[in-house]
Design a protein around this ligand. Sequence first.
Ligand code: FRU
Length: 468
Amino acid sequence: MVGLSALLFAMLTQDQERDAALNKANAAILAAQPLAAVDPERPQFHYHAPAQWMNDPNGPIFYKGWYHMFYQHNPYGDHWEHMHWGHARSKDLVHWEDLPVAVWPSLAEGERHVFSGSVFPVEGGRPVAFYTSIGDGREPEQWIATPEDDNLLHWRKDPVKITQSIHGSKPLAEWRDPFLFQDFGLTYMVTGGGLDGKGIVALYKATKPDLRHWQYLGVMFTHPDTDVHNIECPNVAFVDDKCVLLISVHGRVESFVGELQNTHFVTEKRGVLADGSYASQLFQGVNGRVIHFAWVNTGGHKGWNGFLTLPSELRVGKDGTLLRLPVKEMAKLRGPEIKIGDAVVNGTFDVPQLSGQALEIEMTLLPGAATKAGLRLRSGELEVSYTPATRTVSLPGRSVALPEPPGPKGLKLRIFLDRTTVDVYAGQGEGSLISHAEHLPAKGDAVALFSEGGQAQIKAIRGWLLHS
Ligand code: FRU
């Protein structure tokens, strides 16, 4: 009886602490919304928190008809601090409904931050969240939170905690960001970290279906570069019969395509995914799709900071290249189609039909004699280009080299402009990047094609004004 009443008391205390923490956090976010809402530089159709700072997407899960997205969130300012898990849900990955903050740091238990993690289905029950708990003067631990309702609105902290003792006598440095996946009916978890000065991904196996019991299987992946000392936000997915490992290091997401052989990842192809983004997350296996999101870090402090990339599907090409293309649901944002047709460009070619700050544009580029060709958005402020000599697709401050030059049919480019942010997907998705500009002149909606150094052909140009 004593045990039961002690447990009930602990639950009551936790509920009181939770309610007080969440009420305070939600009120702070609400108060910041008017300032965030009027900033003309804030993207519209890229998902972002209602206000204040956000970083990594966390725990994406499709559950009872909704796509749920959680994310690293500071309710108290537009800078990184006080990590909570924000929450939103969507029926179609494109239109999002903001929900109250879901997971809070339990200050009474010495917890300072709720870091990144994932939400994973449990047989016959509601899904469970795994996240890294950061506390004052203690090692990071992986904590569990469980939802109390099917809308995943109210959460409770589980008494089970995974600590460094799971690694025996070799603790991991910067041990964090649990990500769960299944293989051959078994559930595994990976975390990022460092060991002996090297960036590594550690692998664990659930030994019971309740996901409360884990066994450390060792290092699954060691980063090949000697200047990488720890790895953040590992994701594992099985895509087109390949194993895909995404990791975040040095401000970008690196992709490794290969095989999981027993407990070791064997790399066949390496690349950079969605350059300009960081800390990726995946919806796994929703109607057979693997859907990728990541965080875009922005400067400026105007009651908001940071947003997510567009929902994109991952595939692996025949040659093992990781491909990333926008999900088909993105077409829901389109207004009526504007067909431009084909153009021969030598210098600058205005496209007055396509003026705007929220646009999708599709086109096929045949560079011909041009040394560089492409598109200029926001009256020349944002340039999207292809440079044949280096096979690079470029945006302001970013570029990505394509594995092959375009064939005789040319290079297909899909471009999304969202006020100050441009996303480009090249070819079948073998190159994708995103760039966010600060301090653009508020006016300036013109779109122009351009070529430098010679004549280029730009074919099948189609455009859409996008709804927010
Ligand atoms: C990546 C990251 C994660 C960590 C979280 C903290 O951006 O550093 O490793 O869990 O952000 O907000």
